[in-house]
Design a protein around this ligand. Structure first.
Ligand SMILES: CCCCCCC/C=C/C(=O)SCCNC(=O)CCNC(=O)[C@H](O)C(C)(C)COP(=O)(O)OP(=O)(O)OC[C@H]1O[C@@H](n2cnc3c(N)ncnc32)[C@H](O)[C@@H]1OP(=O)(O)O
Length: 794
């Protein structure tokens, strides 16, 4: 790779400290690094290894977001955590240890889960240059979807209101609002009855959304409770017959919804109850009344004070539910049968009777609404209650990858997701758009323009007749002059064409090789500069074309249709496009390779190239500044030094348009056939890891985490993976030993694997920050057993 030249001996302390890396990405790269703000989610062994490799080269600052306390497992794998820190905040201890590595770096931490941070400070992550997330399970939910579905069976006149807020229909403000408007819709349609059920496989509703009450915004909290009261009043006093088909767990608020209906049909093997006391919460009076009206004072008191959750069959014996079924379909059919009981009863009469039965309970809340609201708000804001809720939230675990990925995608903040488990490692980069000016290609041909020299260069080169030079001058002229001279001779005999094929180039090489004048002994000695000219025949005579990747960038919509949101890169590209259109070529890079020549002739030539590069860069700068002005962008958005750098590297520009992780996880088909047919392909790790993510999401543990659960977990993971493969329409199966291997790890991190992967991930982050070198596009897998690695574009 090409590198900036070494620094002079008079270096500042900082440049001494960073000397080696400055050779790789220069002062300007270092400046970007020192201005960067990096966020790490979860200070796992891998997470801290990544930060270590970013703190040492001097990022500006880092913030760790991690609500976990240090465990024994952490101590075993995480170099930055000490034995005596068990039980302390992982974010805090890791921050302190990392800061010791480099006094020039600032660091802080947030001792909260990323989900909590997301829920309370939506834009928190937007301020970072890069966000890195380790050990972050997916969360399968989409924020845009409708939260309830209402369907009416025209024949039976029965409406079904289905709760569909994944994953567990927790009742947040939006879901409650949708339930309420769903009921209004049904009321207007004058249906014979309503079935309330859920689209989730195993949950009816998890009750109130804890995020509405944990560290709440007081205004929203008020509104939330009012809407809950309204929704309950509407459902409880609904004029038409209501049945709850409880096709999954129904704790707390979920139970309240079911209790508000007139009849309850529950699938086997789930739980239901008002379990508030178990959570350290007191259920409001109308929750209690709803239960008392169904199972009576005595049973309610026993159930409520203990916060009991009843299994389906217990709930049946208690009268909390009316019927038990095997599945939702049977439940719906039984609900229709219940509703058909009222076929011969006038709906108004039925409705009025229900109103009278329920009137007192409804009036009670109506009378005390304001007081109930105040009590709730005060109670929710009580620090002790918040403490309970915090503990409870931690127990529920957080899964935040999907919403975080979407959020950062929209905010255009790069996200680097990494996982290290046993001998397996994975890095996935999410960038919406990433542009690179200095890609540092491995080999670069000098940009000499000998096929089409600009006038000043042509004039200079034409002024030297190589054939007539004396021996001494001849041996000191730069190789480029020689090459140009013989190229012109060649063209004279070949209809003005430059040599293209190997045979044609051999002809030119021979012309140069045969050129020496015999010495006094009649021997032809080929001077070093002539040897160099022969060498350049291969690399310097390719006609000046615009590389296809650069042309694609210049033809990109972002280059042609600039807006006020266009980045400086695109403004410079637009200006470059105009230069290319008028001159037919990219700007000259302006640098000459070293050559055996006398200083004067070399410098004369070097000046010509340098001056031409300056002139072209100035033209691009003027045009770019004008474009920026026309767009109303700030004047300092385009700097002359940046435009010079841009023009110098115009033939290596690189653009990545990535893919959002959330989209990747929601994809329904994936063509893996070609990979899975190759026994050496590491693609199976992708499938295994996706299975692992889903396992963690469903069971809140790692497969194989508990010794006595390894075999059952293997079966569970296998079934999850085959479900995934069938979701992707992929007929291949994953070999059993692969699944066993992952379960054997039990979620453990190995420090050695995390250290390697941490270095790799940190290097990708440096590329993203400095906008130098091409970053990974987009996933990297590392197998520490075979020492193989592979990258895939997912
Ligand atoms: C402050 C004053 C308040 C006074 C009001 C008093 C009245 C209170 C009424 C209430 O309703 S309080 C809420 C009580 N709810 C519960 O206790 C249920 C908790 N959830 C569960 O037990 C289980 O989730 C479940 C319903 C049995 C389903 O289990 P499953 O294994 O299928 O899913 P999980 O992995 O546990 O959860 C998936 C996902 O959903 C999140 N989640 C679960 N419940 C809630 C909730 N109530 N609010 C918000 N989020 C919830 C859970 O954290 C998981 O999230 P991720 O980890 O995927 O991010």
């Amino acid at each position: 790779m090409s590198s900036p030249s070494p620094k002079s001996p008079e270096q500042s302390d900082k440049s001494k400290k960073y000397d080696r890396q400055l050779r790789l990405w220069g002062d300007h790269g270092q400046r970007l690094l020192e201005n960067s703000k990096v966020c790490l989610i979860n200070a796992t062994a891998l997470g801290t290894e990544i930060l270590k490799s970013l703190v040492l080269p001097g990022i500006g600052s880092f913030t760790i977001v991690d609500g976990e306390k240090i465990s024994e497992e952490d101590i075993g794998s995480n170099f930055f955590l000490e034995n005596d820190s068990i039980g302390l905040s992982r974010a805090q201890v890791a921050t302190q240890s990392l800061l010791e590595l480099n006094p020039d770096v600032r660091g802080d931490y947030i001792d909260e889960s990323p989900e909590h941070v997301m829920a309370h400070t939506q834009d928190f992550f937007n301020k970072f240059t890069v966000v890195i997330a380790t050990a972050l399970p997916e969360k399968r939910f989409s924020s845009d979807a409708k939260l309830v579905a209402v369907s009416v069976n025209d024949k039976s006149g029965v409406a079904t209101l289905t709760l569909q807020r994944p994953p567990v229909n927790s009742l947040n403000l939006e879901l409650l609002t949708d339930i309420s408007s769903g009921l209004t819709e049904i009321e207007k349609a004058k249906c014979r009855g309503v079935i309330l059920t859920s689209s989730a496989e195993s949950v009816f509703s998890a009750g109130l959304d804890i995020f509405e009450v944990y560290k709440p915004n007081p205004e929203r909290l008020n509104h939330f409770w009012k809407v809950l009261q309204d929704t309950w009043l509407k459902l409880y006093g609904f004029p038409y017959a209501t049945v709850a088909v409880i096709n999954g767990h129904a704790p707390a608020g979920g139970c309240l919804l079911a209790l508000s209906c007139e009849y309850r049909i529950m699938s086997k093997n789930y739980t239901i109850g008002l379990n508030e006391t178990q959570l350290g919460l007191v259920a409001p009076k109308w929750f209690i009344a709803s239960m008392r009206n169904v199972i009576g004072q005595r049973q309610s008191e026993l159930a409520l004070t203990a916060g009991r959750l009843f299994k389906t069959d217990e709930a049946l014996s208690l009268g909390l539910v009316d019927e038990v079924v095997d599945n939702k379909e049977e439940g719906i059919s039984k609900a229709e049968q219940f509703l058909s009981r009222f076929r011969n009863i006038a709906p108004e009469v039925r409705g009025m009777t229900k109103q009278l039965v329920r009137e007192d309970t409804i009036k009670d809340l109506m009378k005390t609404r304001e007081q109930d609201l105040n009590t709730f708000v005060q109670y929710a804001l009580n620090p002790k209650v918040q403490e309970y809720l915090e503990k409870y939230m931690q127990a529920l675990k957080t899964k935040v990858l999907i919403p975080l990925s979407r959020h950062l995608w929209d905010a255009q903040v790069p996200l680097v997701v990494c996982r290290s488990i046993g001998f397996l490692g994975y890095i996935r980069l999410q960038v919406k758009e990433h542009t690179v000016i200095e890609t540092h290609p491995d080999s670069e041909n000098p940009d000499l323009r000998l096929d089409k020299p600009w006038p000043a260069l042509k004039e200079h080169l034409d002024s030297i007749n190589v054939a007539t030079l004396d021996q001494k001058t001849r041996s000191h002229i730069p190789a480029i002059v020689i090459l140009y001279y013989y190229l012109n001779k060649y063209k004279e005999f070949h209809d003005g064409n430059v040599p293209r094929t190997r045979a044609e180039k051999d002809v030119l090489r021979k012309m140069i090789r045969d050129s020496p004048i015999p010495d006094e002994h009649g021997v032809k000695v080929l001077e070093e500069n002539f040897e160099e000219a022969i060498h350049y025949v291969n690399t310097c005579l390719n006609p000046q074309t615009i590389p296809s990747n650069v042309q694609t960038i210049l033809d990109d919509d972002s280059c042609i249709n600039l807006t006020q949101n266009s980045s400086p890169f695109w403004v410079m590209c637009a200006a470059l496009r105009e230069l290319v259109q008028s001159e037919g070529a990219l700007p000259v890079s302006g640098s000459l390779p070293d050559m055996a020549a006398d200083t004067n002739s070399y410098i004369t030539l070097q000046q010509l190239y340098y001056k031409q590069a300056q002139l072209q860069a100035e033209a691009v700068f003027r045009r770019a500044s004008q474009i920026a002005r026309n767009l109303g962008l700030p004047q300092d958005i385009i700097t002359e030094s940046e435009v010079k750098l841009f023009c110098k590297h115009a033939n290596e520009l690189h653009l990545i348009r990535g893919c959002c992780i959330a989209d990747e996880y929601e994809r329904t088909s994936l063509d893996l056939t070609s990979y899975l047919e190759d026994p050496d392909s590491l693609m199976f790790y992708y499938i295994t890891l996706r299975g692992l993510e889903r396992f963690i999401s469903e069971f809140n543990t790692y497969p194989g985490q508990f010794d006595d659960q390894v075999e059952p977990d293997v079966l569970k993971l296998k079934s999850i993976i085959s479900k995934l493969l069938s979701e992707w329409n992929c007929s291949h199966a994953l070999r059993d030993e692969r699944v066993h291997e992952v379960c054997r790890y039990g979620g453990a991190e190995l420090h050695s694997v995390s250290a390697i992967l941490g270095g790799c991930a940190a290097h990708e982050v440096i590329k993203l920050i400095t906008h130098q070198y091409k970053p990974l596009n987009n996933a990297f897998f590392y197998d520490a057993i075979t020492s193989n690695s592979a990258t895939f574009c997912l």
